[in-house]
Design a protein around this ligand. Structure first.
Ligand code: TA6
Length: 309
């Protein structure tokens, strides 16, 4: 259930691009600056802090992403929900426990580099503030650019990392998407049957998935191998969200369930019941090394179909 401030919606300001049934506008929401992308009757809201996509709604089908009722942009920790950007490492820092989980990019300012609206597509390009990598005392030089494109049929994101240094760049990352679902007990993730995964709740043991992924307790897995075409199937909503990725050989599936939700403290009451994370990633065995001067593009496109059960 969105909080009062969320149900107020963003306070729209200056339109910065418009045309062809699409637009991009500046706005304020949850205590910070955001951009509102519209394409026909689809809408997306992305915060400049963390390049954090907070909302994606479709006509008739409504809001597609889960965002906790306590999410704010004017507090230290990133909003719980939407699509946090985990970069330049996924999970805990490989060897420094003092570093923030999931990297520093989701806590840092991003700069708007371009905004276009034409032929039914609203598109923004955001760049991680170059000073952020220095402030993080990260011993590498890299550029991170996120492209977001919204059209009536779907939502696309592409995160491109360019190694500006002279040594190889170790990179693990994820588009950490929280999908809104009617009830986690009636949700399945299709496309992972036969796929190996790292079970983060069982000392990282590698196991093999049999059938669709369903949820009945805390689940935290890094699937690796054939993860380029997945789907979240919500039986109660009668909806299938297709997830088509590129530049990714791993997908993280997560639900904190009850005890972990209480430890996290910002899931809201029973929040775990109405969310499922399926994250397009380069994580676990799929972590990458980008050679000096090289680049890597992690991309995903979400489309939604109504389905009979
Ligand atoms: O992607 C799953 C995960 O790595 C879980 O282990 C849990 O930590 C989740 O991310 C959320 O992490 P956060 O740092 O946003 O609380």
């Amino acid at each position: 259930m969105p909080s009062e401030s969320q149900s107020d919606g963003p306070k729209i300001g200056r339109t910065i691009a418009t045309g062809g049934g699409a637009s991009v506008a500046e706005a304020e929401w949850l205590g910070g600056p955001v951009l509102v992308l519209a394409a026909n009757d689809a809408r997306a809201i992305v915060a400049l802090k963390g390049a954090h996509l907070l909302s994606w709604s479709l006509p008739a089908l409504g809001e597609q992403l889960w965002l906790s009722a306590v999410s704010r942009l004017d507090q230290d920790r990133p909003p719980r929900g939407g699509i946090p950007i985990c970069w330049p490492w996924f999970g805990p820092h490989p060897d420094d426990a003092d570093q923030p989980a999931h990297g520093f990019a989701r806590r840092a300012p991003w700069l708007l580099r371009a905004a276009t609206a034409e032929a039914g597509v609203a598109r923004v390009t955001l760049e991680l503030d170059p000073d952020a990598t220095k402030r993080a005392q990260w011993p590498f030089a890299a550029e991170a650019v996120l492209d977001i494109a919204l059209d009536a049929g779907g939502l696309s994101l592409a995160l491109t990392t360019r190694n500006l240094g002279t040594a190889d760049l170790p990179l693990s990352q994820a588009l950490h998407t929280y999908f809104r679902v009617a009830d986690i007990a009636a949700v399945a993730v299709d496309g992972l049957d036969g796929c190996d995964y790292v079970d983060k709740l069982d000392d990282g043991r590698v196991k093999r998935q049999a059938g669709d992924v369903t949820f009945g307790a805390e689940l935290d897995r890094i699937y690796f191998g054939a993860t380029a075409s997945l789907a979240v199937r919500d039986r109660i909503e009668g909806r299938r969200t297709d997830i088509a990725s590129s530049g990714s050989g791993s997908a993280v599936v997560w639900n904190p369930w009850i005890a972990k939700s209480e430890r996290l403290g910002d899931m809201g009451p029973d929040g775990y019941r109405t969310m499922a994370c399926v994250e397009t990633a380069n994580a676990g065995p799929d972590a990458r090394r980008i050679p000096a001067g090289g680049q890597h593009r992690l991309a995903v496109r979400y489309t939604v179909q109504q389905i009979a059960d």
